[in-house]
Design a protein around this ligand. Structure first.
Ligand code: MV4
Ligand code: CA
Length: 445
């Protein structure tokens, strides 16, 4: 049993972890940069330690500062949240060396799933469907052209150290290959200090459907149903929902079993997510595995009535997972409320929140760390909250979302609320007829 957990994160996810710790009777330590001195997670925690200047490299990404905070507060465990150090194998190892439990998988598992080619090879061995493509790293442009000719265009180039869409290049025909190859390698080197790239057949107009899994140290894995994350803009998810409107009973069973095989292949411990691409014929392909809790974990919590952070902490304390798979009993939608201007290319809009009224009522959950008078710092991501609704049917969840969005009052900064209001009334969205290309034809007015 942990007596004290340090949360190595900020914003709404830090608050989310603190809330569950309090329910479990576990003391909490918040860490904060000088820009976050007045943040809510600092106020909610039992203790708080300033770990440095606003720049993430001086604070939330600064391993020595975080370890020092854990040592001086005598924390038993560290919860990394998402982003920052959540999938940093070196950090997981340093926690282990300090005898402080990293609440997540082992460094080996993080590394294995962090390298996309190793992840794919692991999945092929485990019999999990992967996107058709070449084996291993591309060595030359000629090899790439040969592979693409065999596969047939369009193809996609990806960085093996990448993920989440960074360093990807879609190639529609051979004449584009040379430039795409050089650009993909250069971007991979710049972003990940690793210019390794690989090729896959491009799955046209896919849906992004991901399966939540949980595994314990005794080798048991269970799946906790799916999320549809197809509404995204430049690989930034904006709206997520559970269950997926595209799912059938049979597909859910097949993808759930594939997800358990994927996690089982590496003896996965903790909560994690297997991302799949699903084409219009309902063929599904392994894309990536995320070895962290995700922003959108809340919609899963609402449809299976389950606290995923509590499960993650219990697994880290050596408890068993139930071993039973979970299937959605409700429908839940999450809109990311970002301080961005949807009428201006979603550019960030930091500043002081002068007026705030957050929605409530039946079927509404708001996971947010902001308050009236809070100044949104420009140093971190622009998400100021997640508005989640849950209802028996998808239509009702959408209606509740529209009602809650229309109650949301945030003045002093621009937000994505107008975008979400229009989306909830969009015919194609309401019909569930969308894939990852949806926003390319969505005009905000
Ligand atoms: N072989 C193959 N075919 C189609 C794909 C489509 C996506 C994809 C997924 C979600 C949104 C996208 C938006 C523009 C371009 C691609 C996507 C994709 N992603 C996007 C980020 C990362 N999760 C992998 N990989 C793909 N791979
Ligand atoms: Ca990912």
């Amino acid at each position: 049993m942990f007596k004290k957990i340090l949360i190595a994160n900020r914003g709404e996810i830090a608050l989310r972890v603190i809330r569950t710790c309090r329910e479990m009777g576990i003391k909490t330590v918040a860490v904060y940069s000088t820009a976050d001195r007045d943040s809510l997670h600092v106020k909610f925690a039992d203790e708080a330690v300033c770990i440095g200047k606003p720049q993430s490299s001086d604070s939330y990404l600064n391993i020595p500062h975080i370890m020092a905070a854990a040592e001086i507060t005598n924390a038993d465990a560290i919860h990394p949240g998402y982003g920052f150090l959540a999938e940093n194998a070196k950090f997981a190892n340093i926690c282990k060396d300090h005898g402080i439990k990293f609440i997540g998988p082992t460094a080996e598992m993080i590394n294995k799933m962090g390298d996309k080619i190793t992840a794919k090879e692991t999945m092929i061995k485990a019999g999990v469907p992967v996107v058709p493509g070449g084996e291993g790293l591309l060595q030359s442009i000629d090899e790439a052209k040969g592979l693409a000719r065999d596969m047939g265009y369009p193809v996609i180039l990806k960085a093996t150290a990448g993920g989440g869409g960074k360093g990807m290049r879609i190639v529609w025909e051979e004449s584009e290959m040379e430039k795409a190859y050089d650009t993909a390698k250069a971007e991979a080197a710049a972003a990940f200090k690793n210019d390794g790239i690989y090729m896959e057949k491009f799955v046209e107009e896919p849906r992004h459907i991901e399966i939540q899994v949980a595994g314990d140290q005794y080798g048991t894995i269970c799946h906790l149903s799916e999320r549809d994350c197809s509404i995204q803009r430049r690989h930034q998810k904006l709206v997520e929902e559970a269950p997926s409107p595209f799912m059938t009973e049979e597909l859910r069973h097949q993808m759930g079993e594939a997800a358990k095989k994927a996690a089982g292949a590496i003896g996965y411990e903790s909560v994690g997510t297997i991302e799949f691409l699903v084409d219009k014929h309902r063929n599904f392909y392994f894309m990536e595995m995320n070895t962290r809790i995700q922003v959108e974990h809340c919609v899963t919590e609402e449809v299976i009535n389950f606290d995923l952070i509590k499960e993650q902490i219990k697994i880290a304390m050596g408890e068993k997972v139930s071993g039973l798979d979970h299937f959605p009993q409700m429908h839940s939608i999450e809109c990311r409320i970002n301080a961005e201007d949807p009428y201006n290319d979603f550019r960030p809009s930091p500043g002081k929140i002068t007026t705030l009224h957050q929605p409530g009522g039946h079927g509404v959950r708001v996971d947010s760390h902001v308050y009236a008078g809070y100044v949104i710092p420009p140093y971190y991501d622009s998400m100021i909250g997640k508005l989640i609704t849950v209802a028996r049917t998808r239509d009702e969840a959408i209606d509740t979302m529209y009602r809650a969005l229309s109650e949301y009052v945030i003045e002093g900064v621009k937000t994505t609320i107008p975008f979400h209001l229009q989306l909830m009334q969009d015919e194609r969205f309401r019909k569930g007829d969308f894939n990852t290309k949806f926003l390319e034809t969505f005009k905000l007015h």
